[in-house]
Design a protein around this ligand. Structure first.
Ligand code: A2P
Length: 344
């Protein structure tokens, strides 16, 4: 069977990447329906060397185009308003925004980690795609939890500007140009709370009453929901002047009494689906954004045992935020959904 696939936010950073990933996975497509705001009418997207006109997102567009699968990536308020029309038209919605993620009737899925949760889609017609930082982290936590049992996670992120969509990437590039032409004093600051070029901003999303940011609390709550486990998690989310690919420095504390074997950790990570280990410090080999960008793999390295506590391991984790953290995970959810629906 082949499917009519809508992409809401087709002209955005994640939307454009969804088409590239579907091409790469040879997604079973009958018809593509690229949707965006009226501003984008007249523009086109490219799929397998064909130009396809962008249509306006409306309440009736899903029904008119007999959409089977609808990817949403145009912001939480758009999902809030329009997802129901896609569901009413009989489509499964795969939502990239945070809007439905913590709804207990909506599955929150990383297919390599909790594919069984997809079955819950029938409750609402919606499957939520987790936050980008959460996705790449749980891809490495899952095999480690299976190996030793995780008690606590401490993570600091180094997040690329792509997390703020196209406007985030455009702002970094413009500020780089302004820096090189000595115009930084007048540079525009819109996408982030502060200038991002030549800077590091220890805030992503808004402040919460407990002193953490919303992004940090997303990493806590979403990880617990995906892994079905209430382990302790503390996150510090930081924006850095990198165009694409998020990095994370992760410290995992295993259950009391565990004596970490670094080789066993390395092996468990290397065996896990879509995870690759690059870990040869003496030869300067470890994951970095320039390694992961434009790939569908989560890279881990710098794996080392704590020098004081035998049940603690530290490592570095890098993945392309637009792909692994958004478009690729969405496409993998859709493929798993197709596989499961055909089985039932
Ligand atoms: P448009 O280009 O027509 O504004 P990004 O995350 O890279 O900023 O992209 C956001 C995506 O969401 C774009 O495709 C954008 O389309 C789309 N979008 C934003 N607002 C709306 C809206 N009101 N209706 C439909 N699509 C929207």
């Amino acid at each position: 069977r082949r499917f009519n696939v809508a992409v809401v936010g087709a002209t955005g950073a994640v939307g454009e990447e969804l088409f590239r990933v579907m091409e790469a996975y040879d997604f079973p497509i009958n018809k593509i329906v690229p949707l965006a705001s009226a501003r984008s009418l007249g523009s086109t997207i490219e799929y397998k060397n064909k130009e396809i006109n962008v249509l306006e997102l409306t309440e009736t567009c899903f029904e008119e185009n007999e959409v089977d699968i609808a990817f949403f990536s145009a912001g939480g308020s758009i999902s809030e308003k329009f997802a129901k029309y896609a569901v009413e038209a009989g489509a499964v919605v795969i939502d990239n925004t945070s809007h439905f993620r913590m709804d207990e009737n909506v599955p929150l899925v990383v297919p390599e980690v909790n594919p069984q949760d997809i079955a819950l889609w029938k409750e609402t017609g919606i499957i939520a795609n987790p936050n980008c930082s959460t996705i790449q982290m749980v891809l490495s936590l899952k095999p480690l939890d299976e190996l030793y049992g995780i008690k606590r996670v401490d993570v600091s992120t180094y997040q690329a500007v792509s997390g703020a969509g196209k406007k985030g990437m455009e702002e970094l590039i413009k500020q780089m140009q302004d820096m090189l032409s000595f115009k930084l004093d007048d540079t525009k600051i819109e996408a982030f709370a502060h200038r991002i070029v030549n800077n590091v901003i220890p805030q992503i999303d808004v402040a919460q009453p407990n002193g953490f940011t919303k992004e940090e609390m997303k990493m806590v709550k979403e990880t617990q929901k995906i892994m079905h486990k209430s382990m302790q998690i503390a996150a510090t989310c930081v924006r850095v002047p990198v165009l694409r690919s998020h990095s994370e420095s992760i410290t995992v504390t295993f259950e009391d009494g565990v004596d970490v074997d670094v080789n066993a950790v390395r092996e468990a990570l290397a065996k896990f689906e879509n995870v690759e280990v690059i870990d040869d410090l003496e030869n300067n080999a470890y994951p970095m954004p320039i390694v992961s960008t434009d790939t569908d793999t989560t890279f881990v390295g710098r794996i080392r045992k704590d020098i004081y506590s035998s049940n603690v391991v530290h490592y570095f984790n890098v993945a392309d935020q637009v792909r692994v953290g958004a478009a690729t995970n969405s496409v993998r959810i859709a493929l798993k959904w197709i596989e499961m629906e055909n089985e039932i």
